[in-house]
Design a protein around this ligand. Structure first.
Ligand code: GLV
Ligand code: MG
Length: 351
């Protein structure tokens, strides 16, 4: 159950900032994961900030149990040391049923809450997980006089979470979006793959036998299509942003790019980058092809009031394609505002 419409946007603690009515508009093509307990990596965060849209200090999986406290302290130090400007600052805290989650929240929010944009919450099973964190964040925001609400981003990575995806999206105006977590989700569902995201060579469709006995084509399918589609619909229906999660095979940039592109075409705003080599891939995929932007511009120019029907290069355009073109140009403008090189390629006036 959620609060009534009348109460939906009321702060959950006296003195906490008002929830956003609409998400702040931000470019988040890649959520770049940093292990904050490693000094050498932390030392390079200053160089990283201008290269990525979001820096995320990871405290959960991949951080060894004996380094959890060092990672938390490292994240706080990293947040205190740097100015992030237009780059987002996020953290992935430990799961709510772990021994570390409460201290993650209780230490990070008072220390650097004013700089923190989003808390990524792993292994979200249902709206109750969001309600718990929502209330706690409101209490801490009130207590520490934070000026703006810290948002929550859920990882969709359990069978129960996928079942409850819509109620998770609807749980709070503090929701920012969701990421698909293919590794945990595969384990939770009993999928027979040890890969972190991407396809599987055995998951596909075999073409019917031909009459000439020629070899039958086997076409690999996308293991994540169903979940991604559910997540995209749940997010967009609630004004949230969907993201593809991790792609673990760093030695296969082509497959990473293909998986990211499927997510992008499907409606996702970005993906996780776990390795520096994936940053350029995410930038390329989630930034739009200049030819697509040029065509979208032609649609808008041909239909100044967004209604009616026209033909462009033999293709029918109408009110619906005008809206499709607007999605493309809104994103192009957002990219152009942050990326001077692409601004030139898109031929957009001053962003
Ligand atoms: C990410 O957290 C995943 O489990 O894939
Ligand atoms: Mg996971």
């Amino acid at each position: 159950m959620n609060r009534t419409p009348a109460k939906h946007f009321a702060p959950l603690a006296i003195g906490a900032p008002e929830p956003f009515r609409q998400l702040p508009v931000r470019l988040e093509r890649m959520l770049h994961f940093v292990p904050p307990h490693i000094d050498k990596i932390r030392a390079r965060v200053g160089e990283l900030i201008p290269q990525v849209d979001v820096v995320l200090g990871n405290l959960e999986d991949a951080i060894p149990a004996d380094a959890k406290e060092a990672a938390r302290a490292g994240f706080i130090a990293m947040a205190q040391t740097h100015e992030f400007g237009a780059t987002g600052l996020w953290t992935r805290i430990n799961a709510l049923n772990s021994p570390w989650a409460l201290a993650d929240i209780l230490e990070i929010v008072p220390a650097v809450g004013a700089k923190l944009d989003v808390v990524m919450l792993p292994k979200v099973e249902g709206p109750w997980d969001i309600h718990y964190l929502d209330q706690l964040l409101a209490q801490l925001e009130a207590r520490h006089g934070l000026p703006k609400p810290i948002l929550i981003h859920a990882i969709l990575e359990t069978a129960e979470g996928v079942n409850n995806v819509e109620s998770i999206a609807a749980a709070s105006p503090r929701m920012h979006g969701m990421s698909l977590g293919p590794a945990d989700l595969a384990a939770s569902r009993g999928m027979k793959t040890t890969r972190v995201g991407g396809g599987h060579p055995a998951y596909g469709v075999l073409a019917d036998p031909g009459s000439d006995g020629s070899p039958r084509a086997f076409v690999q399918q996308d293991l994540w299509h169903y979940t991604l589609a559910r997540m995209v619909d749940a997010c967009l229906a609630h004004g949230l942003k969907p993201f593809y999660g991790p792609f673990g095979d760093f030695a296969d940039p082509a497959a990473c790019e293909a998986q990211f592109r499927n997510a992008f075409l499907h409606g996702c705003a970005g993906a996780w980058t776990l390795h520096p080599s994936q940053i350029e891939i995410a930038k390329r995929v989630f930034s739009l092809d200049p030819a697509e932007v040029a065509f979208a511009k032609r649609i808008l120019e041909a239909m100044p009031d967004g209604s009616g029907a026209v033909m462009i290069d033999g293709k029918m355009q109408d009110d619906a394609t005008w809206k499709q073109a607007k999605v493309i140009l809104d994103l192009a403008r957002l990219v152009a505002a942050r990326d001077p090189e692409r601004k030139g390629l898109y031929g957009l006036p001053g962003a």
